[in-house]
Design a protein around this ligand. Structure first.
Ligand SMILES: Cc1cc2nc3c(=O)[nH]c(=O)nc-3n(C[C@H](O)[C@H](O)[C@H](O)COP(=O)(O)OP(=O)(O)OC[C@H]3O[C@@H](n4cnc5c(N)ncnc54)[C@H](O)[C@@H]3O)c2cc1C
Length: 259
């Protein structure tokens, strides 16, 4: 709507998906994964205690999208499809290994989320396709996740850098699985796979977290824009990555003690 008002977008037709019964708000858990339907808004996520328990980072991200009024209208799927490199929930969803379900009259297909964005504001959606759901696998081991957003103010803010981290711990305390998504540092939300590789198999010591933070820079190609300079973004990526991983590890340990 902002794009239409500014004249950047001139659609011939605007379709409201909110009245389509098959897309009605729903958060369902079955067969080891959560399915979040297309019309589920940020407020629905914030209020769901299963999401808070399994994916606290998603609540942290949903909670800082715009204002209350925006969060009552903004869907998770819209946040993904909008393909903004600065969107808040995509780094978390990438870290959690989420996938999206694309539907058209030709059929349905599932895509890993990190293959959904092709470039700045470009998605893999074909003409006639829409997203019907997001799927997030449940972790199989003690797990924790965290989201950190750096902005110039704390509300109604688009990030300078944002990071989603997800960690699973092995019984010996080593990191068994790691997911890291970065926002506002490339043309679209990116996975920091180099950093993930450093974490997997290692113990979450400060040196390992710092090395993962530095490695995350290989996924970052930031630019100067009105919110920040590329150099500042580059300086902040290692800081936010190591802090987000540390927070995710702490949550994984706390969850382990509760079970
Ligand atoms: C004032 C304001 C503040 C904001 N602040 C933030 C913020 O802090 N953080 C943040 O991340 N975002 C922010 N946003 C962006 C926006 O709110 C989110 O991206 C929102 O999640 C979009 O969801 P929506 O359902 O309204 O999608 P829409 O805005 O209706 O659609 C967004 C795009 O996705 C496409 N789309 C929507 N649903 C589907 C579907 N089911 N299948 C295929 N394509 C689809 C649309 O065609 C469109 O191109 C802000 C927006 C405003 C206006």
């Amino acid at each position: 709507m902002v794009g239409i008002r500014h004249g950047h977008l001139r659609p011939g037709v605007v379709i409201d998906l909110k009245g389509i019964p098959d897309l009605r708000p729903a958060i369902e858990e079955a067969e080891g994964e959560f399915t979040i339907s297309a019309n589920t808004v940020m407020t629905d996520l914030e209020e769901d205690e299963r999401i808070a328990r399994h994916f606290p980072a998603l609540i942290e991200a949903a909670r800082v999208v715009g204002s209350v009024q925006i969060r009552n209208r903004a869907t998770l799927v819209g946040n993904i499809s909008n393909a903004s490199p600065a969107a808040d929930t995509p780094p978390v969803l990438v870290a959690l290994g989420a996938s999206v379900v694309a539907w058209s009259t030709r059929g349905e297909r599932t895509l890993p989320l990190d293959q959904f964005w092709l470039g700045y504001r470009q998605t893999a959606l074909q003409p006639g396709e829409l997203l019907t759901a997001v799927r997030i696998p449940l972790p199989r081991r003690p797990a924790g996740s965290a989201f950190l957003k750096l902005g110039r103010r704390r509300a109604l803010e688009i990030s300078i850098v944002c990071v989603g981290a997800s960690i699973e711990l092995a019984p010996d305390g080593a990191i068994a699985a790691a997911g890291l998504g970065l926002g506002s540092v490339a043309a679209y939300t990116v996975r920091a796979s180099g950093a993930e590789k450093i974490l997997v198999g290692a113990r979450p010591d400060p040196e390992v977290l710092a090395a993962a933070g530095e490695a995350a820079l290989t996924a970052a190609t930031p630019i100067d824009d009105l919110r920040s300079k590329a150099d500042y973004r580059r300086a902040m990526v290692p800081v936010l990555v190591s802090r987000a991983v540390a927070a995710a590890v702490t949550r994984a340990k706390q969850g382990d003690r509760q079970t």
